[in-house]
Design a protein around this ligand. Sequence first.
Ligand code: ZN
Length: 226
Amino acid sequence: MNFENEELKAIDEIGDNHHSTSAETPLRDDAFKLSDSEKIELIKEDVARIMQTLGLDLTDDSLKGTPNRVAKMFVNEIFGGLNPARKPKASTFDNNYKYGEMLVEKNITVYSTCEHHLLPIVGRAHVAYISNGSVVGLSKMNRVVDYYAKRPQVQERLTMQVVQELQKVLGTQDVACVIDAKHLCVNSRGIRDIESSTVTSEFGGKFKEEAVRREFLDYIKLDTPF
Ligand SMILES: [Zn+2]
């Protein structure tokens, strides 16, 4: 038996089955030693090399700018959420009006990237919490989803990271998140199932109780015409 091949095969299967190895994004200690502009320069060369290997003519006017464009997009946009410097500020307000019920922010747009294939994950997130004294601005929940989505991701991890971050900011365990998303690596290649989507959920604190969880899921189902 060729051990190295068996090992590579096992690693390939982890990715193809979209298993993740941890709830934390696997980052190296030296992840931010290089500046963003240094990263862009290096990635630009890497993308050019990939295109070159594929046989593309990089002197063509249409392709010339692609390596630089992709490098900037990786660092500043679609993987910009790797950098803790971009994390949304943790500002909360006192819950002056003593609203003690559930607050749900639904249909938050999710644009992320599958870490196993580097293809888009597109969907919706629904986030809820029950205040224990402090509240966050509504757009804060969208920003937290967007920050963690802008990483190479696994949908389960994204769901957990959103909940853990809001639990920390709000000082309560009573936070929940459901994400329903399409993975282009499933829809456009491999099994090519255009219709399927993946649902993941994370229920903290009171949301583990049947009635509370049910209330949240019922709100998500509400289809209010605007
Ligand atoms: Zn994938």
